[in-house]
Design a protein around this ligand. Sequence first.
Ligand SMILES: [Zn+2]
Length: 141
Amino acid sequence: MVAGWFAGDGEDFRLLGTRCSACTSVFFPREDSHCRNPGCPGGDLEEVPLSRRGHVWSFTDGRYRPPSPYVSDPELPWEPYTLIAVELPSERLVVLGQAAPGVTVADLAVGMEVEVVPGVLHEDAGTTWTTWQWRPTEVTA
Ligand SMILES: [Zn+2]
């Protein structure tokens, strides 16, 4: 799993992006080399935690292997899961992520509020890969 994309546990879990000091654009996945805003003269990129909550922008049941940075062993059978694109209004970003376990497309609607939670991407004997997942805020764990 890519380091530095998220931090914290439980209620403190946050996605980490970077923000340009010149134009205030926020990037996720994080951009650490230079601002991607073509109209920006270029500023310093600072790490910022993103909002925990956003709204469903679109969703799909993932019947394909997601691209990097997801860990996906081509030798293993692919288990479809729900993918959600979530709009974070204050950052003006859309962040794609896996839905929390048990959340299906039937549970989702465009505009619904969701929050980011830590989730297990993959486990083997020695290692657990953590990722972020989206969960409707009205669902209690
Ligand atoms: Zn900029």
